[in-house]
Design a protein around this ligand. Structure first.
Ligand SMILES: CC(C)(COP(=O)(O)OP(=O)(O)OC[C@H]1O[C@@H](n2cnc3c(N)ncnc32)[C@H](O)[C@@H]1OP(=O)(O)O)[C@@H](O)C(=O)NCCC(=O)NCCS
Length: 147
């Protein structure tokens, strides 16, 4: 299957190696005073999406946001629009995972933003960086933490 294909297993849309896992419906509570999508709502969704991605990749619930690089909002969304969020791991460090993110408006087909680097760190019980032991992307659920 090529990168632009719609995967049959989970209907994830993959473009240029980036999987678009989650779609959101822009609701009234997500708007700013201008009537367009509030940036803070979008950042919350992205941070949560990146956390879930990091948990699946690093096999641990204990991951924290370390860094989000420059965010340039290039287009917006209005109430009722559908947006989709894409993530791909770009670097597996010793304790960290770096991801690239993109958010698109499915109605206007415009890119809303892209983020070059979102860094999550795997931490131990005392909150200290903890080696995760992985070096490549999994597309399965084989590292899901078991409690
Ligand atoms: C995450 C945390 C434990 C890391 O502690 P630290 O003292 O920076 O640890 P280190 O210097 O050993 O770095 C740990 C990893 O983060 C990476 N890192 C640290 N600072 C970084 C930065 N500014 N940019 C990118 N990566 C960074 C390091 O390269 C290292 O990665 P590696 O092990 O894969 O090589 C600590 O900063 C922390 O607890 N921060 C708060 C996290 C949090 O609460 N997030 C939620 C937001 S409210």
């Amino acid at each position: 299957m090529n990168d632009s294909a719609m995967t049959s297993a989970n209907t994830t849309h993959r473009v240029d190696g980036m999987n678009f896992y989650t779609r959101k419906w822009v609701r009234p509570e997500d708007l700013n005073a201008n009537g367009s999508l509030f940036g803070g709502s979008l950042l919350k969704w992205i941070d949560e999406e990146a956390a879930i991605y990091a948990i699946i990749q690093l096999g641990s619930h204990s991951v924290v946001t370390k860094l989000i690089s420059e965010i340039n909002f290039v287009a917006s969304a209005r109430q009722g629009d559908l947006i989709e969020m894409g993530l791909v791991a770009t670097r597996f460090g010793n304790t960290s995972l770096t991801m690239r993110a993109q958010v698109r408006n499915m109605i206007t087909r415009k890119s809303i933003l892209s983020i070059d680097r979102i860094v999550f760190v795997s931490v131990g019980e005392a909150g200290q960086p903890d080696p995760h032991g992985y070096s490549s992307i999994t597309y399965e659920r084989d590292r899901m933490p078991v409690v």
